[in-house]
Design a protein around this ligand. Structure first.
Ligand code: MN
Ligand code: MN
Length: 468
C-alpha cells in the first residue's frame, strides 16, 4: 500500500516540533537486549556497593582488573595509561590518559557513592524493656516513616582502641541476621497518626532493634546489652567505646530486583546515585586510547551537601588534576578551565500517582533516556550551576550525533521544593558542567526504581562523552 501523502502542516510539524519518544519505541530489539544485559552487571554492583566504602572497594577491584594502576604523584604518564586514586577509602578518582596535551582539558564525569541511610550514633548501644537497641542519626534527606519495619543490614567500619580497623557487613548473606526499626501497631497509633508526616516517626524514634536475650548472670544489670556486647566482642573484637570511632550505616537488606511483568525496571536501594556511579565507572573501564584525558570521580557526602574532605566541596579533585598537570609542567587551573564535566546524578521521574508536583513539559519520564538537567536548585534557581546554553547545545549535539536517547527535565514544579548536585562545586572550579543522569521513581526511598533502558543510555552518554 502506498504511503499516504503528508499534509503541509504535518510535514512542517515534523520538521519544527520537538519530538521525544519512549525509547522502547525507538530502539531495536538488539539494543533493548543490550540494555537488559548491561543491567545484570548493574544489579550486581547495587548489591555489593551499598555504601561509599564498598563502592570504592568495588571500583578499585574492577579498575585493577581493567589495567588501572595506583596513581603516583610526580610520574609522567603516557597516553593510554590508566590510574586510580583513593581518597580516605570513601571516594575514588579513575583516569585514562589521553593523546592530547592535558591543557586541552579533561573529560570528567562525577557521580556520588553515598546514599541516604541510617547511621549509628557514636554511643549507640542501649537496653530498654529487656531489648537491645541502637540509637541512630539519619543521613541525607529521607521520609523517616519509610525506614521502619523493613529488614536492615549493617555496613561500615570500626576503629578499635589499638587503631586496628574491622570491616562490618552483616545482614546481606541469607544466613545472616537482619535488624529493623519497629513501628506502632495501627490499633494504638491514633495519636501518632495525627502527627504531621515529617514527625510521623521522629528522628529520635529511629531506634534499631538488635537483640532480646539476656546474659545469664544475676549479678549484672543491662543483661541484654551485655549479651549483645559479648557477641560483638567475640565476632569483631570490639568493646563499647569502639563505637565512638566507628562509621556504621544501616541500609535496606534487600537485593536489586527486576520490577514489572516485562522486567523493564530495576528496584533497589541506593540507585541515587549508583545509577550514575556504575554507568560512569563502566564507561571509563571500557575506554581505550581516548583523545582527551578522561576522569571519573566517585565522590562521597553529596547527600549531606558535599562538605567534608571526601565531598566535592573539598579540594581533592582539584589537587588530583593539579598533580597530573604538574608532571607535564602545566598549571592545574589551566587544565581545569579547559575541561568539561558531566555531573552524573539522578533526576526525579514523573510519578503517575503524584503528577501534581511535576510540570509535564519539563520533567523527566522513565524510558525516555538519560536526563540532561540544565540547572537544579530552588527558589529562583538558587544554589545551582546553571549550565550555559552553549554547553547544553554541545551536549545535545554530542548525544544526538551518537544516537543516545535523551530528554530534559527539571526537578519538579517551580517553588515546590528542589535539590542540588555536585555540579555547582565543579562549576565553581571554573569548569563547564551540566547534570546528566537517570530518572528515578521513589528517590531516596529504601527501594528506588529506574528503567533499564535509561541506565543503559546513561552509560552510553558517558562513553560517547569520553570518546568525543
Ligand atoms: Mn544524587
Ligand atoms: Mn540524592
Amino acid at each position: 500500500m502506498a504511503e499516504k501523502k503528508k499534509t503541509a502542516g504535518e510535514t512542517l510539524a515534523k520538521a519544527l516540533f520537538g519530538d521525544h519518544k519512549n525509547a522502547g519505541l525507538l530502539l531495536s530489539d538488539v539494543e533493548i537486549e543490550a540494555a537488559d544485559d548491561f543491567c545484570e552487571g548493574y544489579k550486581n554492583y547495587l548489591d555489593v556497593a551499598k555504601i561509599e566504602r564498598e563502592a570504592v572497594i568495588e571500583a578499585v577491584r574492577l579498575a585493577k582488573k581493567n589495567g588501572f594502576k595506583v596513581f603516583k604523584r610526580g610520574k609522567k604518564y603516557e597516553a593510554g595509561d590508566k590510574v586510580y586514586f583513593v581518597n580516605r577509602d570513601k571516594a575514588v578518582i579513575l583516569a585514562v590518559i589521553g593523546k592530547k596535551p592535558l591543557d586541552e582539558g579533561v573529560r570528567l564525569a562525577a557521580a556520588h557513592i553515598d546514599s541516604p541511610r541510617i547511621d549509628l550514633k557514636q554511643n549507640p548501644l542501649y537496653e530498654d524493656t529487656e531489648m537491645a537497641l541502637f540509637k541512630t542519626h539519619y543521613y541525607g534527606g529521607i521520609k523517616k516513616y519509610q525506614w521502619t519495619t523493613i529488614p536492615l543490614a549493617l555496613h561500615g567500619v570500626v576503629i578499635r582502641g589499638d587503631g586496628s580497623k574491622v570491616a562490618v557487613n552483616i545482614g546481606e548473606d541469607d544466613r545472616d541476621p537482619v535488624f529493623c526499626i519497629t513501628d506502632l501497631l495501627p490499633h494504638l497509633a491514633q495519636q501518632q497518626m495525627k502527627r504531621p508526616a515529617p514527625e510521623l516517626v521522629k528522628g529520635e524514634e529511629l531506634n534499631i532493634l538488635i537483640g532480646s536475650r539476656p546474659f545469664r548472670d544475676d549479678k549484672v544489670s543491662n543483661k541484654v546489652k551485655l549479651n549483645i556486647m559479648s557477641i560483638l566482642n567475640e565476632k569483631y573484637g570490639i568493646i563499647e567505646d569502639d563505637f565512638i570511632s566507628a562509621e556504621l550505616e544501616a541500609v535496606p537488606q534487600f537485593k536489586a530486583r527486576d520490577v514489572g511483568f516485562d522486567r523493564s525496571m530495576i528496584g533497589a536501594y541506593g540507585q541515587d546515585d549508583s545509577a550514575c556511579a556504575y554507568t560512569a565507572l563502566k564507561a571509563i573501564l571500557d575506554l581505550d586510547d581516548p583523545e582527551h584525558t578522561c576522569i571519573v570521580c566517585l565522590t562521597d557526602k553529596e547527600e549531606t551537601g558535599s562538605d567534608g574532605n571526601t565531598g566535592l566541596n573539598s579540594s581533592y579533585l582539584k589537587y588530583f588534576i593539579d598533580d597530573l598537570a604538574r608532571s607535564y609542567g602545566l598549571c592545574g587551573h589551566n587544565v581545569i578551565s579547559a575541561s568539561e564535566c558531566l555531573s552524573a546524578d539522578v533526576n526525579s521521574a514523573v510519578d503517575p500517582t503524584f503528577p501534581d508536583v511535576t510540570e509535564a513539559k519539563n520533567s523527566s519520564k522513565i524510558n525516555y533516556g538519560v536526563v540532561v538537567t540544565k540547572f537544579t536548585g530552588a527558589r529562583g534557581k538558587s544554589g545551582t550551576s546553571d549550565a550555559s546554553a552553549e554547553f547544553v547545545g554541545r551536549v545535545r549535539r554530542l548525544l544526538d550525533k551518537n544516537g543516545v536517547i535523551w530528554q530534559t527535565g527539571e526537578l519538579g514544579k517551580v517553588d515546590l521544593g528542589g535539590g542540588g548536585t555536585v555540579a555547582q562545586f565543579i562549576a565553581n572550579l571554573d569548569m563547564e558542567v551540566i547534570d546528566v543522569g537517570v530518572p528515578v521513581l521513589s528517590m531516596h526511598a529504601p527501594f528506588e526504581v529506574t528503567s533499564k533502558i535509561d541506565i543503559y543510555m546513561a552509560y552510553r552518554s558517558f562513553f560517547v562523552f569520553f570518546n568525543d
